[in-house]
Design a protein around this ligand. Structure first.
Ligand SMILES: Nc1nc2c(ncn2[C@@H]2O[C@H](COP(=O)(O)OP(=O)(O)OP(=O)(O)O)[C@@H](O)[C@H]2O)c(=O)[nH]1
Ligand SMILES: [Mg+2]
Length: 407
């Protein structure tokens, strides 16, 4: 009987994730704004890793600090504790920020340039102060030549009406900025029962995605956590491409017809999807996910019996005579595998499923069920669903962590 070690599979997927990560262009974001405006809160709620919490950051200049994390393709340039009081502070920061931007441009390298500037204005101030207006105007004129997109973020916008008014006032200045976006990065607790929910970060994420160079979009999708939909649609595109490719090689005997060995195509797919979600999964977790999806006994994926059980679920798959599956079956398997994996990644990204829950019997049962559900759906010979209503809607299709724990 063919047997396959799940640790080997996890190892290969892990390598595929590393390769994807290393291939990503490094993204650099500058965050500006007065002290207390909410820059650190914005950074921590926008991105996957707690960058602004990892200490006070490396000083770049008097005014600017740099935050980054080993293995994470994002650097934040922050202006912590900025007071726009006297003229001195303004001209110094202007020079520092402009120098920092120029240095990136001069390097001529995409990985070193500043790609986007987020200027935070606290909604609580209710007005666009002269010092701030002057600062932004000067900053924009000094950096016009570099063409870096500047987005003004109205932070701590608890009162949407006030924020809309401030947005109107800022827009009336007709500055050379991309957009003015009100956000509340974290819910505001009024009492134990009443809180004002966070909003706006997903909109901000979509705007950033649109204005950055195309070469950076992949990185941004991975490092941000404000708009999970960006990740899901990227991941779905990965699945479609891989299912179609699997259909193309379907005529030759595919290993998983004989035992459920993942072909490099599928391993690459799982690696790319994980990278799109930007989750730092260790090998043990990947083992749990693979185990759940493939339905293993112990640490070994059982051969023919389990596989023919899986193939039976696919509409029109027939028998696995001679260890050859058709292109359509290969595509369906690949698509179902990818979709089940997207389901898992999305729940983790939303914080609705804990990584350690994947290792429990319940968690693995849940992953396997999802995979089986996706296998049963009717698809064309490229793995594309024939019925639109079967499209993976992660919100509706999947149980939340609570359900897994309680039932
Ligand atoms: N509830 C809630 N509190 C916020 C939000 N944004 C900022 N705050 C609070 O406002 C205070 C200042 O926020 P920070 O993010 O530290 O501000 P900052 O711009 O980084 O300040 P400096 O580092 O001093 O320049 C903190 O107490 C935050 O918790 C938000 O969206 N929601
Ligand atoms: Mg800060």
């Amino acid at each position: 009987m063919d047997q396959y070690n799940v640790y080997d599979v996890a190892e290969k997927i892990f390598a595929a994730i590393q390769k994807e990560r290393e291939g990503m262009t490094h993204m650099n974001v500058m965050v500006m704004g007065k002290t207390g405006s909410g820059k650190s809160t914005l950074i921590n709620n926008m991105f996957n890793e707690k960058l602004a919490d990892t200490g006070i950051g490396k000083p770049v200049t008097q005014a600017i600090r740099q935050y980054s994390k080993e293995g994470f393709p994002l650097t934040i340039y922050d202006t912590p504790g900025l007071e726009l009081g006297g003229d001195n502070a303004i001209s110094e920061l202007l020079k520092d920020a402009t120098d920092c931007i120029k240095k990136g441009v001069k390097s001529g390298k995409m990985d070193d340039a500043i790609h986007c500037i987020l200027y935070c204005v606290n909604a609580g101030t209710h007005r666009f102060e002269d010092a701030e207006k002057e600062f932004i105007a000067q900053f924009l004129s000094e950096n016009k030549a570099f063409n870096i997109p500047v987005i003004v973020v109205i932070t701590q916008a608890v009162n949407k009406k006030d924020a809309a008014e401030l947005k109107r006032i800022i827009e009336a200045e007709n500055m050379d900025i991309i957009q003015v976006v009100p956000v509340l990065c974290q819910a505001v607790e009024i009492t134990d029962e009443i809180s004002i929910p966070a909003y706006g970060l997903d909109t901000l994420a979509e705007i950033i995605y649109r204005v950055i160079p195309e070469a950076l979009q992949k990185t941004f999708v991975a490092v941000q956590k404000a708009d999970i939909k960006l990740k899901t649609s990227k991941a779905q595109a990965i699945v479609v491409a891989n299912a179609a490719a699997a259909a193309g090689v379907g005529a030759v005997p595919i290993p998983f017809a004989d035992s459920f060995v993942l072909v490099p195509q599928q391993i690459g797919m799982l690696g790319s999807i994980t990278a799109a979600y930007g989750l730092a999964l260790d090998k043990t977790t990947i083992v749990s996910v693979v185990s759940g999806v493939l339905g293993i006994v112990g640490t070994t994926i059982v051969g023919k019996t389990a596989v023919s059980g899986i193939l039976k679920l696919i509409p029109g798959a027939g028998s696995v005579a001679g260890g050859v599956v058709s292109g359509g079956v290969a595509a369906a398997l690949t698509a179902a595998l990818g979709e089940a994996y997207i389901g898992v990644m999305t729940k983790i990204a939303k914080g609705e499923l804990k990584v350690d829950e994947l290792g429990t019997a319940k968690g693995q049962e849940w992953i396997k069920d999802l995979f089986r559900e996706r296998l049963k759906l009717k698809r064309n010979d490229k793995g594309v669903l024939l019925d639109k209503k079967d499209e993976l809607v992660v919100d509706d299709d999947l149980p939340v962590a609570e359900e897994i724990k309680n039932d």
